[in-house]
Design a protein around this ligand. Structure first.
Ligand code: NAP
Length: 282
């Protein structure tokens, strides 16, 4: 699967928007058949039309299925029907996800639960539903984490818990599935201009905004392009963009420096607030 996408089958959760949709379109442009999954029917239908427009051959098929990745029973039923109808995926991209950034004490249990169910349980649910079928012919699984999957980011306690979990899960899974001809990769996008990112910004604390001020906002198309290039090079960790790659290296080799820089930005915002006589929390 790694280098050749023509005629292959890609299952993409979260394929109706943002990074998942951009990836679906680029895979279709490389000749893949694409099945996208999400909850909202209208957005799925619009996505299918857009992905069809990127195909290079009439023989390629594009389809969608409604599923809530956080609901294990729903995932099992939908994936079983999909495998029956379309065959197992050569490429499974677990891209469905969400973030609800806020100060820790402002994140209620329901938001934490929803974040974990969608981001972490979602990856587990689809992967466990599809691995038995994928073992028949081999393939590749991409789990979408984040830069916040290896750096603890202010305001992202729930999200970081889910995205750090995805990297650990993927590393362990890679080792187990290698002998079955299934490769596992992790995509760690930096801030990317998607509908999901716009929603995040509504509740994002000022400290978090300060920390990401200088970083380049990537487009979903740029992220998808780097994902596909990473797969073609058989990479495990796929980190799009210069800033993301730099952060990965700094965090590995100089973790204290990364902490100090991030903390300095948090302190700057909090000092500014104190000087203005406003509360530390909203
Ligand atoms: N954008 C960024 O800055 C950024 C940075 C790092 C990592 N990421 C990660 O990249 C992935 C895609 O993010 P994005 O920004 O492209 O998001 P997006 O534009 O909000 O798209 C999210 C997709 O996931 C689907 N989805 C959400 N909850 C679902 C559920 N419970 N079951 C099934 N599908 C569900 C959505 O469709 P429905 O709502 O219709 O279900 C939609 O198709 C996420 O895992 C995100 O955490 C994003």
């Amino acid at each position: 699967m790694a280098k050749e996408f023509k005629g292959k089958t890609a299952y993409i959760t979260g394929g109706s928007s943002g990074i998942g949709l951009a990836t679906a379109k680029q895979l279709a442009a490389l000749g893949a058949n694409v099945l996208v999954f999400a909850r909202n029917r209208e957005r799925l239908e619009a996505a299918v039309a857009a992905i069809q427009g990127s195909r290079i051959s009439e023989e390629q098929w594009v389809a969608s299925r409604q599923v809530d990745v956080g609901d294990n029973e729903d995932v099992r039923q939908v994936m079983a029907e999909a495998v029956e109808r379309f065959g197992p995926p050569d490429l499974l991209i677990n891209c469905a996800g969400k973030a609800y950034p806020h100060y820790f004490e402002e994140i209620d249990y329901e938001h934490f639960d929803d974040t974990m169910k969608t981001n972490l349980y979602g990856v587990w649910n689809t992967t466990s539903a599809l691995v038995p079928a994928m073992k028949r012919k081999g393939g590749t699984i991409v789990n979408v984490s984040s830069i916040a999957g290896f750096i603890g980011v202010f305001g992202y306690t729930a999200y970081c818990a889910s995205k750090f979990g995805i990297i650990g899960f993927s590393e362990a899974l890679r080792s187990e599935l290698r002998s079955h001809g299934i490769k596992v990769a992790v995509l760690c996008p930096p801030d990317t201009d998607t509908p999901g990112f716009a929603t995040e910004n509504i509740t994002k604390p000022e400290e978090t905004k300060e920390a990401s001020k200088g970083a380049k906002l990537m487009t979903p198309e740029e992220v998808a392009k780097e994902l596909i290039a990473g797969l073609q090079k058989d990479r495990f960790m796929i980190i799009p963009g210069f800033d993301g790659k730099l952060n990965w290296r700094l965090k590995r080799f100089f973790p204290g420096l990364v902490d100090a820089v991030l903390q300095a930005q948090v302190d700057k915002v909090q000092r500014r607030r104190q000087a203005a006589g406003t509360e530390v929390k909203p």
